[in-house]
Design a protein around this ligand. Structure first.
Ligand code: NAI
Length: 269
């Protein structure tokens, strides 16, 4: 895709799942990739290996480089260190992918304040801190740039027992729009993707259980869960110059999950 070669992309939570696939795809498109991980250096190393295999598949000497940065996105000092390490190594940061995310499964009247704060801290505060530091850098250098927030279908579909998750993704939608409007004139584009059910470690509970998986997939109009590569393709598009006039949007990639599957057949007059 146009406009990704020699760009630097920071992807949070990139040692597994959707974040790993995004890092691999952006490297394949010619970006230098900064791979943030919280606690799994092995996962992050795996991301680097896969990214370099893809990026260098067709060329003898591959120009794409990678950097691993440990850090908890909910901690301000860690975010400052991550961005500083990126700038020290590459001199600039063009693409931020706010991917790190967690969820807590608990009836809403029982969730502890600590669990609530944990989910909001990673999903919303962490995304905000990373966006803030990226925007500061872009403004200081007078550079265009782009931020892509990995939201969820639960940005718009309520999710009982996952209150903090739903709130965090709903808040992320507003963050996407507010930042997009605030910095459009500076050529900083801010968009999101809203994945539906995707095959990643966060869904281990139903992925390896055929019966549970069938139930999940029966609710999806296209009849199957999504892949991490399908999410990464949309991120690469939004980060590229092909999407140069798109800002403030969340693109749902969900096999039709946000189309209200119950209306497939008429059930009311
Ligand atoms: P995952 O569990 O493989 O990825 C989440 C990543 O975030 C992990 O690598 C984890 O180590 C990292 N992380 C957690 N806390 C962190 C912290 N404090 N600082 C830095 N990194 C941290 O799961 P998946 O599915 O790849 O999730 C990625 C994103 O996609 C999340 O934001 C999730 O909400 C979103 N998503 C996933 C869907 C799915 O069905 N898998 C559906 C909709 C959205």
């Amino acid at each position: 895709m146009n406009g990704l070669t020699d760009k630097t992309a920071l992807i949070t939570g990139a040692s597994s799942g959707i974040g790993q696939a995004i890092a691999v795809r952006l490297a394949q498109e010619g970006c230098n990739v900064v791979i943030n991980y919280r606690s799994s250096p092995e996962g992050a190393e795996d991301t680097v290996q896969k990214a370099m295999e893809k990026a260098c598949a067709d060329v003898e000497q591959c120009g794409v480089q990678s950097l691993l940065v440990q850090g908890d996105v909910s901690k301000e000092e860690d975010v400052l260190k991550m961005v500083e390490a990126t700038l020290t190594r590459f001199g600039h940061l063009d693409i931020l992918v706010n991917n790190a995310g967690v969820q807590a499964d608990c009836p809403s009247h029982e969730i502890s304040a600590d669990d609530f704060d944990w989910v909001m801290g990673v999903n919303l505060r962490g995304a905000y801190l990373c966006a803030r530091e990226t925007i500061k850098h872009l403004l200081a250098e007078d550079r265009p740039g782009t931020i892509i927030n990995i939201s969820s279908v639960h940005e718009v579909i309520p999710r009982p027992n996952y209150l903090s998750y739903s709130i965090s993704k709903g808040g992320m939608a507003n963050m996407t729009k507010t930042l997009a409007l605030e910095y459009a004139a500076q050529n900083i584009r801010v968009n999101g993707i809203g994945p539906g059910a995707t095959v990643t470690p966060i869904n281990q509970d139903w992925i390896d259980n055929p019966e549970k998986r069938e139930v999940v997939e029966s609710h999806i109009p296209m009849g199957r869960a999504g892949t991490t590569e399908e999410m990464a393709a949309a991120v690469a598009f939004l980060a590229s110059d092909e999407a140069a006039y798109i800002t403030g949007q969340t693109l749902f990639i969900d096999g039709g999950l946000t189309l209200y599957a119950d209306f497939r057949e008429a059930w009311s007059a």
